[in-house]
Design a protein around this ligand. Structure first.
Ligand SMILES: [Zn+2]
Length: 303
């Protein structure tokens, strides 16, 4: 039920009201820096819209609620492309939105990382939300409000604040290690891992490969620890050791999302040292690292 959700009291009130009004279609933009939390709220809201047992709330127990929770509900569509949702995907979505619903009720479309979409795809989405088919609900998720103004103006904006350390039941050290990411923190709480224990920077490739293959949090934690180890030792490392670190990363993976994750963790861990993040953003490097080997070597020699 909505009252049981931890954090964001004003958002909970808003969702309750929105469900009470019972609109026959709608577009919402949930924004905030914790994508896993945005997704969690999008799922609650979807359950609220579709629950068989309670109107204006969700029970979490009925078939529909359970299916939505497991992301197997046939009238729930999730679009998530780390490089930006493509125009073809939006066209397919348009087709689905005009077809009749499988379950005979509402159709929900959750679209992640709207700001990464290219112009053509954004315009196709715009058409879709300008005149939504009855029973269609679009829940757009984004880290911030830097999206196409025309999409923004047609969406109901809902800011989702990160959960605090207290709300997640962890200390500040744990909270900042995970940058407040609620999914990671909740996952970590059920594990037997000590964040204070080190993991050598020279072993980062092993952690990256493990993470790429399994997606498991324990490997992600080791990637973070390796970055921490590198930063803490950077003043004692020789140039060739820094280059080795960069090359290990590039050798371990070609997944640009992992590259982005490493850079953003590094920037976060170091604080904004000498405007590092701004310099990287200006060079377009956080979004499109072209020659990744050169990029990482420069980065690690620079800090
Ligand atoms: Zn239910």
């Amino acid at each position: 039920m909505i009252k049981d959700i931890i954090s964001n009291e004003e958002v909970k009130e808003f969702l309750k009201n929105e469900l009470k009004i019972g609109k026959n279609s709608g577009t919402y933009l949930f924004y905030g820096s914790d994508m896993s939390l945005l997704m969690e709220f999008a799922i609650y809201f979807s359950q609220g819209l579709c629950c068989e047992a309670i109107s204006g709330d969700f029970c979490g127990q009925c078939d529909t609620c359970k299916k939505i929770q497991k992301l197997v509900y046939s009238d729930l569509e999730i679009l998530d492309n780390p490089d930006g949702i493509k125009v073809d995907e939006i066209r397919e979505l348009a087709y689905k939105s005009s077809a009749s619903s499988y379950e005979g009720g509402k159709k929900i479309f959750i679209l992640k990382n709207i700001s990464k979409m290219k112009k053509e795809a954004s315009n196709a989405l715009l058409k879709l939300i300008e005149e939504p088919n009855p029973g269609n609900y679009f829940i757009l998720l984004n880290g911030n409000l830097n999206i196409l103004p025309t999409i923004k103006s047609r969406s109901i904006l809902v800011k989702i604040k990160n959960r605090s350390a207290k709300e997640l039941g962890v200390d500040e050290f744990t909270y900042s290690f995970f940058r407040g990411n609620s999914e990671d923190i909740l996952g970590f709480k059920s594990m037997d891992i000590k964040l204070e224990e080190g993991y050598p920077y020279g072993e980062i490739a092993r952690a990256i490969r493990g993470y790429e293959e399994s997606g498991e949090l324990k490997f992600k934690i080791n990637i973070y620890k390796a970055i921490r180890d590198f930063v803490n030792n950077r003043n004692y490392l020789k140039t060739y050791e820094k280059i080795y670190f960069a090359e290990e990363i590039v050798r371990a993976t070609s997944d640009r999302n992992i590259y982005r994750e490493i850079v953003s963790y590094l920037v976060n861990f170091m604080g904004d040292l000498n405007g590092l993040e701004e310099r990287l953003t200006m060079k377009g490097m956080l979004r499109f690292p072209i020659n990744t080997r050169a990029f990482f070597i420069n980065l690690f020699l620079d800090i």
